[in-house]
Design a protein. Structure first.
Length: 276
């Protein structure tokens, strides 16, 4: 099973999606299930995980409804108010739906130290008994904070999104490598190979420019803790869906068949408990 472990869907609204600024004009439109089906078919993707793009329970329920309508979307990583006193009640309601596989907060937009917040950590502590994954969305500068965060929750499964968004555009390689290696020492952390092209120059990036970042992530996490993702439709600012997966397939070529299978889908299916 070939899995796209990270994509979004939305009905565009300028208020709800105010993070789509003037530099991202192509994203100011709807991206819905028919478009996703078209893209995944062309790239021979069998299953996907839909990930939140708004921090509302309304969107989480909408994504779950879409997943229930589609054989393609096998799981949802939604949003919930993790730091809220009402989170246990919300969590109990959400986990009644088996298509919910994880939660995410847009930590990259939060001030330094957000992951040290006691209320947020209390909410994360409630996740482990449910089997839900927590997706870590951060910039590279927040990796040390993420390592401290993960150490508080050794029994929780985490997935690092977009290899922590290194500054590929400016070739800021060295600081990211050491911090990523440190986070990867924790066996309960997995990683998505996604979001790289939009951290590079959208117009001039090349597969060769991305290769050192992919190679280092592979070395740090090994195939058993890696999965592929598109970050569609954000991806479309710098690449087509099929071109992105083609570039990943070319990078995977030297690996063994077993290693490729892990990264192409087996790891994602296991971590997110996706049904075949």
């Amino acid at each position: 099973m070939r899995v796209d472990a990270h994509h979004h869907l939305w009905r565009y609204d300028p208020v709800d999606y105010d993070w789509i600024d003037a530099s991202m004009l192509p994203l100011r439109q709807d991206f819905l299930l028919p478009e996703l089906i078209h893209e995944t078919a062309a790239a021979h993707i069998d299953a996907t995980v839909a990930v939140q793009a708004r921090q509302t329970l309304e969107e989480t329920h909408w994504l779950l409804d879409l997943a229930a309508q589609s054989a393609l979307i096998r799981g949802v990583v939604g949003w919930a108010p993790i730091a809220s006193p009402t989170f246990p009640e919300t969590l109990a309601q959400l986990t009644a739906n088996p298509l919910l596989k994880g939660l995410r907060h847009v930590v990259q937009a939060e001030p330094a130290g957000f992951l040290d917040d006691p209320a947020f950590n209390a909410g994360i502590a409630a996740l482990a008994p449910t089997g839900l994954v927590y997706d870590i969305l951060i910039f590279a500068r927040q990796l040390a904070e993420a390592s401290r965060f993960v150490d508080r929750h050794p029994n929780q499964t985490f997935v690092l999104d977009h290899i922590a968004k290194p500054d590929i555009r400016h070739n800021d390689f060295a600081p990211w490598t050491s911090a990523l290696t440190e986070l990867a020492r924790r066996p309960n952390v997995f990683c998505k190979l996604s979001g790289l092209v939009t951290e590079a120059d959208w117009a001039t990036w090349t597969p060769d420019q991305l290769r050192p970042y992919l190679d280092h992530t592979l070395e740090a996490f090994t195939p058993a803790r890696l999965m592929l993702g598109s970050d569609w439709p954000v991806l479309t600012l710098a690449s087509t869906y099929t071109d992105w997966f083609a570039s990943l397939e070319a990078w995977l070529t030297p690996l063994t068949a077993a290693e490729r299978s892990l990264i192409q889908g087996e790891t994602a299916a296991r971590v997110y408990q996706l049904q075949p």
